[in-house]
Design a protein around this ligand. Structure first.
Ligand SMILES: O=C(O)CCC(=O)C(=O)O
Length: 265
């Protein structure tokens, strides 16, 4: 039986489309996550970034890999139903934490988050992956957008740097060019969301986000997990996140002392 937040149809949708909405996944944890985001922005970590060029309006802050030092994040990661729901969606017997990510678009940030797949930036390969993108403010137009079915594409999409727009790795020919899903008539999924809802998507799913032209903040907490088949793989350069000193080798499971298993059947 799937977790009560899911139906069998949600799981089938996730497998087929690589994206599904999970209403209320973090509903009991919104205030804690807001406190965590406030702490994270007041005490940014070594990877914190501002993602706007000079003259672009608003503020687009992000930071990741902070759960060990932001107690609010660890509490939610360990006590919310996210890990069990992740295992159900991935059809996996376990759910292992990869990392957390905070993405805040302040009011008047018209910059769209560029289309990308997360997988090419990560040192993880495997089909059993999930990222939960959870807004902490009501979101009507500043939404996450995902291309249904893109997690099954044969070739990965070229990873680029969000601010400089340069290629992330040297060999462009190993990737397909970044598509323009609207112009190309792709099946783009997006939802109006309440705080605590989550969009679940595979690391291979092409996604981006609209700018925030509203007069309210758009704080988002993202939680990334992997399942049974996930293995460490090398990439043609430093990955994002980099996890310096991880000491893993090609084909190994992610080390559990750094990436704890949060749920096992
Ligand atoms: O919040 C955003 O603007 C983008 C989120 C995203 O790309 C992600 O969570 O992987």
């Amino acid at each position: 039986m799937p977790h009560a937040l899911l139906t069998p149809d949600d799981i089938a949708t996730y497998q087929r489309d690589g994206v599904v909405v999970v209403r209320g996944l973090f509903a009991d944890h919104v205030e804690t996550l807001r406190d965590g985001v406030a702490r994270n922005m007041a005490e940014p970590g070594p990877y914190a970034a501002e993602n706007l060029k000079a003259g672009e309006g608003g503020r687009f802050f992000d930071d990741y890999c902070n759960w060990q030092r932001i107690p609010e994040f660890e509490q939610v990661i360990r006590s919310s139903p996210a890990a069990e729901v992740a295992a159900d969606l991935m059809q996996s017997d376990s759910a292992q934490l990869f990392h957390d990510h905070v993405l805040v678009k302040e009011p008047g940030t018209s910059k769209a988050t560029p289309w990308h797949q997360d997988g090419p930036y990560y040192f993880v390969e495997g089909r059993q992956t999930v990222s939960f993108w959870c807004p902490l403010d009501p979101v009507t137009q500043a939404t996450l957008r995902c291309v249904a079915g893109s997690h099954l594409w044969d070739k990965p999409v070229l990873p680029t740097r969000w601010l400089s727009e340069e290629n992330f790795y040297p060999d462009e020919s190993a990737y397909m060019p970044v598509p323009d899903p609207d112009a190309q008539g792709m099946d783009v999924r997006e939802w109006a969301l309440e705080p605590g809802d989550a969009v679940a998507f595979n690391y291979g799913t092409l996604h981006g986000a609209r700018g925030n032209n509203s007069d309210t903040r758009r704080r988002a907490f993202s939680l990334r997990l992997v399942g049974d088949d996930a293995r460490y793989t090398t990439r043609p350069g430093p990955t994002s996140p980099p996890f310096p000193g991880h000491d893993m080798e090609q084909g190994q499971r992610l080390r559990e002392d750094w990436f704890p298993v949060l749920f096992r059947r």
